[in-house]
Design a protein around this ligand. Structure first.
Ligand SMILES: C[S@@+](CC[C@H](N)C(=O)[O-])C[C@H]1O[C@@H](n2cnc3c(N)ncnc32)[C@H](O)[C@@H]1O
Length: 228
């Protein structure tokens, strides 16, 4: 399991002083806030962490289902969900979505995979499995997806700067093991994070098919809202 805890994650990520990271989180926030008809929709946050987005989802959505696999993160996620009456926290692997979502109150879901969770997945054979989970849920319930990715081209600059700053949580970037061509950041504690090339982001977009509802693209991050 990755070395995340609520305390370390909120300190090094949510409260980071890194300007690009803050712009990235604001861009995610703005895109979610602008989802059409969101008061009538269920947000399903896959790999929700400790619930960074849960207050926003509670305020703006009909209801929210949040899922995380990491017991440390889940403890805080569950606590936050208890404070927000229209939110629910489920501990488990997103791959088991059929059992996890069975019988829940779900309406026109917006399926989320935020903050480059696709690049740091656990207990999933391939990232394609996670994309498939998103597409299946969206198709089954007539929903849409939001996927938020970090761009490989900036791993050399923003990526190394970011992981140097959050080294107390993830370890220091190991420049010998980091593969900039493949977009794989590796730290001295063995933490790996995949960042996505322009071609890979296009393949991800093509995998979902359907209609692109909204998109935010910068050199550093790429966020897509798609109706598969
Ligand atoms: C990079 S963090 C992002 C957290 C959150 N999405 C956010 O934006 O603040 C990735 C999260 O995904 C969770 N995760 C990774 N693989 C998962 C899986 N197979 N099923 C459920 N959660 C998973 C991790 O435990 C971690 O909390």
């Amino acid at each position: 399991m990755r070395p995340y805890t609520f305390g370390a994650y909120s300190k090094s990520v949510e409260n980071s002083k890194n300007t690009i990271l803050q712009q990235y989180m604001k861009a995610e926030y703005d895109l979610l806030s602008a989802i059409y008809d969101k008061k009538d929709k269920t947000f399903i946050d896959l790999g929700a962490g400790y619930g960074r987005l849960l207050p926003l989802l509670s305020e703006t959505a009909r209801n929210a289902v949040t899922i995380d696999i990491n017991p440390e993160m889940f403890t805080e996620l569950k606590r936050m969900a208890m404070d927000h009456r229209n939110c629910m926290a489920l501990e488990g692997n997103m791959q088991d979505y059929e059992q996890l979502l069975n019988g829940l109150d779900i309406k026109k879901p917006v399926v989320l995979l935020m903050q480059n969770t696709l690049g740091t997945l656990e207990s999933v054979d391939s990232y394609l499995d996670a994309l498939n989970v998103m597409k299946e849920i969206a198709k089954r319930y007539d929903g849409e997806i939001v996927i938020s990715l970090l761009c490989k081209e900036e791993l050399k600059h923003f990526g190394i700067q970011l992981y140097t700053e959050i080294a107390p949580m993830t370890g220091t970037p190991d420049l010998k093991k980091t593969d900039f061509d493949k977009g794989l950041l590796v730290t001295n504690t063995g933490y790996v994070s995949k960042w996505w090339s322009k071609d890979e982001r296009k393949q991800i977009r093509d995998f979902f098919g359907g209609r692109l509802l909204k998109e935010v693209v910068t050199d550093n991050y790429h966020i897509m809202n798609i109706k598969p």
